[in-house]
Design a protein. Sequence first.
Length: 159
Amino acid sequence: MQTFDEIYRRYSPQIYRVCLGYTNDPEHAKDLLQDTFIAVWQGLPSFRQQSQVSTWIFRIATNRCLRAMEVAKRMPSEELPFNLAEPRVDSKEEKLKFLYQCIAELNETDRIIISLELEGLAQAEIASVVGLSSGNIRVKIHRIKEKLTQKFKAHGQFR
């Protein structure tokens, strides 16, 4: 069994990116990362190893993100009174930011699936986290990638 420090060092960058995919807000993603690893630390002694530790951690993270989104939906938000033109994205960092913005606009299940796919999880492991069949995950990933490609093309990101 790995120690908490080893688990944190190995999985925290991936979990942060998954949280960022949900929130599109670096500070909120850091809060969700911290919340996830508090739950991991508290639950580690009782972890029964019925699944891989990574599957367990990603499930905790996605549950935390989904709960945070439910709370955010209940909170009133104010929109800007005008629309700002979106600047053309040229740098790698800006493209990555735009990708996370597009991911944040997907429905909850698609966000979970593509975030875990981007982190390199096997489709069988994603299926275990999400609770769908591997075949269904394969189809969903293909469709999600098509949606994201269309968003990038619509905003002039592919030349």
